[in-house]
Design a protein around this ligand. Structure first.
Ligand code: SF4
Length: 322
């Protein structure tokens, strides 16, 4: 499969509407994120959803919160505990999940009883004290319906490793959609997997081996089942953070491909920069730049085809931080 011949689908991302600056919050305000709209907006097409507006709560509206009632988490009014919108939010999320086919990720607003991805406070119904934390009801339903969908919260995007992790997953999942649109075949699945081998290896080595076994048997079973299992396992593996230690192992592996090409000095220089990166003294871009330089001088089709070399647009500078 020649990636240049893949259909060019728009890269669409679901998002909590208030993060785009839409005044849909309970207090008629918004939570505009400049990083999302100005930086990520260069590459992503956003598909906004506000579940609380969608279920007819209007704006402004009385606040709601998560409450633990008889062992289950409900979404109820802060001022009017009789108001319970749990089922309405679940129904809306279930309908939205069906609309998200072909969407490559979702950015949620943190802390919201509807949209929060995690660590949303759950209150005791009588005392009003927080008793535990959970995901917002809408976000939880979306994540359960679409476990392979890359998701993140806008607050966590400020952490460089979480940001890189989310954006890498989004680009890979989008590429998966492009492969599917071109028509998935056993050969296309093998090609997709081959080009992402180093990316998976940087996240999860056992999953790398499991995915390899799955792909090797692609011609034997029902392809749709194998492909479904493959993408679920892949996206789960990629959601683990690629640590400097794991990246350094991949870089050492890449170094092996230059065994015949580099003289002692070049080899020592590359090794030094990999070890400096492993010790977190330089960012990943430093050894990667050296590798790219050697790859230009000593082209290698297998290495050159690895999306690990260029997983996302360079302008996002996701590999430039320690
Ligand atoms: S957090 Fe979700 S429910 Fe709340 S205003 Fe934003 S989009 Fe709407």
């Amino acid at each position: 499969m020649n990636p240049a011949k893949l259909p060019s689908l728009p890269l669409r991302i679901g998002i909590s509407s208030c993060l785009l600056g839409n005044k849909v919050r309970f207090d008629a305000g918004h939570k505009h994120s400049a990083y999302i709209t100005r930086t990520l907006g260069e590459y992503f097409e956003f598909v906004p959803f506000c579940p609380e507006m969608a279920i007819g709560l209007g704006v402004p509206r009385p606040p709601i919160r998560l409450v633990k009632v008889d062992g289950s988490i409900r979404v109820r009014g802060v001022r009017d505990p009789e108001q319970d919108v749990t089922e309405a939010l679940v129904e809306n999320a279930t309908a939205v999940a069906r609309e998200l086919e072909g969407v490559s990720g979702y950015l949620f607003k943190k802390g919201s009883p509807s949209c929060g991805m995690e660590r949303v406070k759950v209150y005791h119904p009588e005392s009003g004290h927080p008793v535990e934390s959970s995901a917002g009801i809408y976000a939880r339903t979306i994540m359960q319906a679409l476990p392979e969908l890359p998701v993140e919260e806008e607050g966590r995007l400020m952490d460089p490793r979480l940001r890189e992790n989310f954006i890498e997953r989004v680009f890979i999942y989008h590429r998966w959609h492009c492969y599917c649109a071109a028509g998935m075949t056993p050969a296309a699945l093998v090609d997709f997997h081959t080009r992402h081998k180093f990316s998976v290896l940087a996240h999860d080595e056992p999953a790398y081996r499991e995915l390899g076994r799955l792909v090797a048997a692609a011609g034997k079973g029902v392809l749709a089942d194998t492909a479904g299992e493959y993408i679920r396992l892949l996206m789960r593996a990629l959601s683990g953070i690629a640590t400097p230690g794991r990246h350094a192992n991949v870089l050492q592996h890449i170094l092996g491909y230059f065994r015949e090409d580099l003289d002692r000095e070049d080899r020592a220089e590359l090794l030094d920069s990999i070890e400096a990166y492993r010790r977190e003294q330089v960012p990943l871009i430093v050894p990667m730049t050296l590798i790219q330089h050697h790859l230009r001088r000593h082209p290698n089709d297998y290495l050159g085809a690895q999306y690990y070399m260029n997983p996302h647009p360079r302008e996002l500078m996701l590999r430039n931080r320690i």
